[in-house]
Design a binder for this molecule. Structure first.
Ligand SMILES: [Ca+2]
Ligand SMILES: [Ca+2]
Ligand SMILES: [Ca+2]
Length: 343
């Protein structure tokens, strides 16, 4: 096609200008990082920052009717007193609104006297308030609780609760009528050690949620490590609680869901049993290498963390060090506690 030269030049110039505008827009978007978010909803509490309204968070605990208080001791003579306090969010009655389960732990002193502490289940009333339904639900005192996980292990559509504990975990089946039944014994998922983290994930793709549990320190109420008594129970010259360094760690557990309400401990066979006895704090399932199979990450306190690649044959390969997720950039072990996964 023949085009007059001046017309071609004008077209070329126009395209060049548009390309420049597009390039500038891309650069400025990339430099800005994110597109401008929509404004907060009307009536939301905000402050102005760089001419933009920034939403403010407000403590609504009291207004919401939540009165749960976690028991703690200021002395914290034992490392067991320093842990616990996990909270689960789940829609246990499937009304479309998230409810809250607070786990409760006693102090070591209370436990030695045989005293228990309560957890609490709060039902979401859909109006910003909650009602304590713990007693009706029957999940007030599962154990010396640390935290837990939510998953529908029996595929009946109702989310079930697994509570991690010091000295024996508890699986509660959701009965679908606001009550739960302790099915730990039948399911075979008590573990019995000091469990901290737990997460449900279907590692073998059979449609049933399996359960990974991280365990912390080998700790016994009848053999308490005495406060400040040796070099690992000192901070500078001060006497402090012992641990986790200087105490023995506990291995981790993977329970395969058999699909009939029972589980089988496959930790060793799967290669995720933590024979090193690292101090496990929390665990998460995520497909880190986009194979369609969930892998496992275990955050360990004061010891290297684990990244387990799901090999698809019921086994996992630990690749924490080579993936750069076991220790920090200087090669030092981290006091890893919790985990968040995001893209
Ligand atoms: Ca609900
Ligand atoms: Ca269920
Ligand atoms: Ca499974």
């Amino acid at each position: 096609m023949n085009q007059p030269k001046s017309s071609r030049s004008l077209a070329t110039l126009t395209i060049s200008i548009w390309a420049l505008v597009l390039q500038l827009a891309i650069v400025s978007w990339a430099q800005g990082g994110h597109p401008i978010p929509p404004p907060p909803p009307l009536g939301a509490k905000t402050i102005q920052c760089h001419d933009r309204p920034i939403p403010q968070l407000e403590d609504v605990t009291e207004k919401a009717g939540i009165h749960f208080v976690h028991i703690s001791t200021p002395e914290q003579k034992y490392i067991l007193d320093s842990m616990s306090g996990g909270v689960l969010l789940l829609d246990y009655d499937r009304d479309g609104w998230l409810d809250i389960y607070f786990t409760g732990a006693p102090t070591v002193e209370m436990a030695l006297k045989g005293e228990k502490s309560r957890g609490a289940l709060y039902h979401n009333n859909h109006d910003g308030t909650f009602t304590d339904v713990t007693d009706k639900a029957g999940i007030a005192t599962p154990c010396f609780a640390m935290g837990g996980a939510v998953g529908d292990y029996n595929n009946d559509g109702w989310p079930d609760i697994y509570v991690t504990c010091f000295g024996g975990n508890v699986l509660y089946r959701n009965n679908g009528d606001g009550t739960f039944t302790d099915v730990t014994a039948k399911a075979g998922v008590a573990d019995g050690r000091w469990s901290t983290g737990a997460a449900f994930g279907d590692y073998d793709g059979d449609g049933f949620l399996d359960l990974m549990v991280s365990n912390y320190v080998d700790f016994h109420l009848d053999h308490l490590p005495p406060f400040g008594t040796n070099s690992t129970c000192k901070f500078e010259e001060l006497d402090v609680q012992c641990g986790p360094r200087g105490l023995r760690g506990s291995g981790d557990s993977l329970f395969h869901n058999n699909g009939d309400g029972t589980f089988t401990d496959v930790s060793k066979r799967a290669g995720v049993d933590d024979p090193n006895g690292y101090f496990g704090m929390s665990v998460v399932w995520a497909d880190f290498n986009n194979t369609g199979r969930p892998d496992i990450y275990v955050a360990d306190d004061s010891t290297p963390s684990y990244l387990y690649r799901n090999d698809g044959d019921g086994k996992f390969t630990e690749m924490g060090l080579e993936s750069g997720t076991a220790v920090n950039g200087d090669g030092a072990e981290q006091a890893s506690m919790g985990i968040a996964i995001g893209d």
